[in-house]
Design a protein around this ligand. Structure first.
Ligand code: ATP
Length: 209
């Protein structure tokens, strides 16, 4: 794929990915498929503005694990810009940069539907939706009612730029993976095998760290 070709539909998937797991992979693939994206750009955050209390694992490891997880998937790639900036990044800043790089392209910013109600409190939400369509991914069938009411509560100018995508419920979280490793429980089949091996070989998420 030629990344410089214009008029592409580019999905942007931000997260801490500490570590990456099958929930993330299925979300990215569901959005690629449903929104007809030419590529999904994985955008690991240096530190989420919403998780300022906890320090994520060294970015070098988080990047390496995403690299292993998406190896061989032509439509997935990593963009390390937020990591390289070494400070808290705001979505609006990153999207502004990306839009300048790909002015002809249509950008889609992927978020969990549970974040929908917070969207108006993000930095410059109106500008965010002028730069990208928000793809809100609903992962829990039982939550449809709540998501619909969160959606309807959005100001119209934001709402008209939000698309809701449903994905199968995958009960996996990075928190659970970290806790399992610390408790010496298995994480097999929760994340790809190369990521599982990387975690073991690098002694990640052990209590002693
Ligand atoms: P943590 O448990 O450390 O909070 P996490 O597993 O939620 O992490 P993040 O890196 O914070 O992972 O998530 C990035 C994005 O992926 C978020 O939008 C989140 O809603 C979404 N996501 C995470 N796990 C799943 C899952 N199992 N199914 C669908 N979406 C998920």
């Amino acid at each position: 794929m030629n990344f410089w070709q214009s008029d592409m539909r580019r999905g942007i998937f931000g997260g801490t990915f500490d570590p990456v797991h099958y929930g993330h992979l299925i979300l990215a693939e569901t959005c690629r498929d449903t929104c007809l994206l030419d590529e999904v750009i994985w955008l690991p955050t240096f530190q989420s503005p919403f998780k300022s209390g906890s320090q994520p694992t060294d970015a070098r490891h988080r990047l390496a694990m995403i690299d292993l997880a998406i190896a061989g998937v032509a439509e997935f790639r990593i963009d390390p810009r937020e990591i390289n900036r070494k400070q808290v990044s705001y979505t609006v800043e990153t999207l502004t940069e990306m839009k300048a790089e790909f002015p002809e392209d249509e950008l889609f910013f992927l978020i969990g539907a549970d974040s929908l109600r917070d969207l108006p409190s993000w930095k410059e939400p109106e500008r965010i939706v002028s730069l990208a369509t928000i793809v809100a991914v609903n992962r829990q069938a039982g939550q449809l009612g709540r998501i619909q009411s969160d959606f309807e509560a959005l100001p119209e100018s934001i709402r008209e730029r939000v698309q809701i995508v449903n994905m199968p419920e995958i009960g996996i979280s990075a928190t659970d993976l970290r806790e399992r490793v610390e408790a010496k429980s298995s994480i097999r089949f929760l994340t790809p095998r190369p990521v599982e091996r990387y975690i073991a070989e690098n002694n990640l998420y052990r209590e002693s760290q």
